[in-house]
Design a protein around this ligand. Structure first.
Ligand SMILES: [Zn+2]
Length: 246
């Protein structure tokens, strides 16, 4: 692999590892479980390893990641700070993120956006890559909910989408949650329509069948590669401007 390609490994739920081809850096998102030992492997072989946690919910955050002494940095959403486990993270390596925060050094630039649930979503720029991880940002349309809640969810989503309009991402992680039934892909579909996302990785759908975009998911001539992992340890190489391969 060259720096024009990354390897993406699915951990579980919204958890992923993104590694560059030369083992110089890895980004680890929302790693609440590591059933296959992918984090240990990366920490043993990759030079700079950055952890990102979008919010404190149990299916995104495990305080046990604080034990990885070889981590370069932990980028954690501010709501985690209120937990007693926050004290386990080394102060000098931990960066707390509110919505619309930013942080950068010579290797990495991180920007946060709002979520429609707890915490933040992240844009990470490194080594010529622009990678978006939505966290629990989504159009959470629960069909059995009250009209008030349904319109609240819709409004929150569309309000936040304005911040993302037109932005380019080499690839993006975005929920396609099976629990939302017919609304499973509404958020991801709108996200792809409104941003210049070059490839999509869907997430946050444990226990549901693999998401397959239907014929109406993409606007005409705006199709992009989609990968929807279901099994922990599934991985793909993503070649920039091309697609996912095994
Ligand atoms: Zn969640």
């Amino acid at each position: 692999m060259t720096s024009e390609a990354v390897r993406i490994t699915y951990l579980l739920n919204s958890g992923f590892v993104v590694e560059d081809g030369a083992s110089r850096w890895a980004l680890i998102f929302d790693a609440y479980r590591d059933v296959r030992g992918d984090i240990e492997r990366v920490l043993a072989s990759v030079k700079d390893v950055y952890f990102f946690v979008s919010h404190a919910h149990f299916d995104h955050f495990s305080p046990s990641i604080a034990r990885y002494a070889k981590a370069s940095r932990f980028f954690l959403s501010e709501d985690i700070r209120a937990l007693s486990e926050a004290a386990r993270f080394p102060t000098e390596k931990t960066v707390w993120f509110r919505k619309y925060d930013g942080w950068e050094n010579e290797k990495l630039r991180v920007e946060s956006f709002d979520s429609t649930d707890e915490g933040t979503s992240f844009l990470v720029e490194t080594d010529g890559w622009r990678i978006f991880h939505a966290g629990d940002f989504n159009w959470w349309h629960w069909s059995g909910d009250t009209p008030e809640n349904i319109s609240f969810a819709r409004n929150g989503f569309f309000k936040q989408m304005k911040w993302l309009d037109g932005k380019m991402f080499d690839f993006a992680f975005f929920p396609a949650d099976g629990r939302l039934e017919e609304a499973r892909d509404w958020g991801a579909k709108e996200f792809c329509r409104r941003t210049d996302t070059r490839a999509l990785v869907t997430m946050h759908s444990v226990g549901y069948p693999r998401f397959e975009p239907d014929g109406k998911f993409f606007e005409p001539s705006r199709e992009i590669p989609v990968w929807s992992p279901t099994e922990p340890g599934e991985r793909r190489i993503y070649q920039k401007g091309s697609g996912f391969s095994e």
